[in-house]
Ligand binder design. Structure first.
Ligand SMILES: Nc1ncnc2c1ncn2[C@@H]1O[C@H](COP(=O)(O)OP(=O)(O)OP(=O)(O)O)[C@@H](O)[C@H]1O
Ligand SMILES: [Mg+2]
Length: 409
């Protein structure tokens, strides 16, 4: 099977190359199209795994750029259930099959796929994106998936016009009344704390700490919290190319990586390198002080705003994790040598982010002050005390003490 790969860039949809999959193998190859290569304005869609150049490139696993616009755990569960219930006719086999099973209209980033010049981009739209007012119905269907009581119509609904997007948690694409695209992130019935409220609180605090964050709002649906995150890979109707940190580093998704490795990638492929390095270090400090243990390499993103250069996307999927829930999570290490979360360790590597000690301490102070206000901010966001209490150990802990002691010196 062979797919034409296109990219939306500056108002035009352009053919960039062809992706081939073998009949009985998960191996793939990609080759840039000659018309793309001959255009002086062309660029690589995945600079680490697919540098610009003629001839096919082969890989035993799907190239990161394509994985980034395909489904993750949540999407795969939906697709597999849909196959079992006869909603989808064929079970996807390779990662590529999962990618092309997703809707073109809401696909993450700017890549698009079609079988031939005459065919539509896949998957062709099955209908209209669910509007925000359908959140309650979407949430009901999502709960049914967790209870394994879902019907074919639940699956059709969740697999419909906008879903599934990446990530492990239940979610749906939704259309906002003003026409913008957003991601609605639902609670799971077995959550032990209000995850949506925690995420919105963390995004708000991160913003106060000077971090550029995805636009967000907390929507209550009955007793439950839904985090609605506005898509940053769309500007009006235009699509903005997106790559995860994992892809920019050319690392498999289960590799822990390190913040210093992301800094190396910024230095190599970045746009506004000085700013992005400082911003990444600020995000590192925030993730330490707000106990964001969900900071794996797919939760760092890059957007192509200028041809061929990748700049940090707004921060997203920031989740404060209370101490008791950390056993199952593994935080992205500060550096190759420093895997234990530590403020001292972060200060030590600040020069790799282009920061002098004084600059680093000033960022530390700003972030520390913002995180310390977590209760005040949460009250402003009208979060209930019962939703907040479980988060105490995420915001008040040894690293906060370490930061304060260092700032007092
Ligand atoms: N505001 C946004 N605009 C565009 N793409 C986004 C946005 N937020 C997240 N994404 C993309 O969607 C993916 C899934 O979103 P998110 O990480 O929030 O979900 P999750 O289920 O909580 O993920 P995880 O598996 O890390 O828990 C991200 O990895 C990223 O590629
Ligand atoms: Mg995520």
């Amino acid at each position: 099977m062979s797919w034409e790969v296109h990219i939306d860039w500056q108002g035009r949809t352009r053919l960039v190359g062809r992706l081939h999959t073998a009949e009985r193998s998960v191996a793939v190859s990609f080759e840039y199209a000659s018309e793309w290569l001959s255009d002086p304005a062309s660029f690589s869609i995945d600079p680490t795994s697919l540098p610009l150049g003629p001839g096919p490139r082969h890989s035993a696993v799907l190239f990161g750029a394509f994985q980034d616009c395909g489904p993750d755990r949540w999407g795969r569960v939906l697709i597999e259930r849909a196959v079992r219930k006869g909603v989808l006719a064929t079970k996807p086999y390779r990662d590529t099959d999962y990618v092309v099973a997703l809707e073109d209209a809401s696909r993450l980033g700017a890549l698009r796929f079609r079988a031939s010049p005459q065919s539509p981009f896949v998957a062709a739209s099955q209908g209209r994106l669910p509007p925000l007012v359908r959140l309650q119905a979407l949430l009901r269907s999502s709960d049914a998936i967790h209870g394994e009581t879902e019907t074919a119509s639940d699956l059709r609904f969740l697999l419909g016009a906008g879903s599934p997007l990446g990530g492990a948690r239940p979610k749906s694409a939704v259309g906002l009344p003003d026409g913008r695209l957003a991601l609605a992130k639902f609670p799971k019935p077995d959550d032990t704390r209000d995850i949506g409220a925690g995420e919105i609180l963390a995004l708000t605090l991160a913003n106060q700490a000077g971090i550029d964050v995805a636009e967000h709002q907390l929507v209550r649906v009955g007793q439950k919290s839904v985090a609605v995150i506005i898509r940053f890979d769309r500007i009006g109707n235009a699509r903005v190319p997106f790559l995860s940190g994992a892809t920019l580093l050319g690392l498999p998704h289960d590799e822990p990586g390190a913040y210093t490795l992301l800094a190396d990638a910024i230095r190599r492929f970045g746009d506004n390198v000085t700013n992005d390095l400082a911003e990444l270090w600020r995000r590192l400090i925030f993730s330490l002080l707000a106990s964001n243990y969900d900071d794996h390499l797919r939760n760092h993103g890059f957007l192509m705003r200028r041809a061929g250069r990748w700049s940090l996307s707004p921060a997203y999927d920031i989740n404060p994790v209370p101490e008791i829930d950390r056993v199952r999570t593994w935080k992205t290490p500060v550096s190759e040598e420093q895997s234990e979360p530590s403020i001292t360790g972060a200060i030590e590597v600040a020069p790799r982010f282009g920061l002098k000690e004084k600059e680093a301490l000033s960022i530390l102070r700003e972030v520390c002050n913002a995180v310390a206000k977590w209760r005040v901010i949460a009250r402003k966001l009208k979060m209930k005390a019962t939703a907040l209490e479980p988060y105490t150990t995420a915001f008040e802990h040894g690293l906060m003490t370490e930061a304060r002691t260092m700032l007092r010196k």
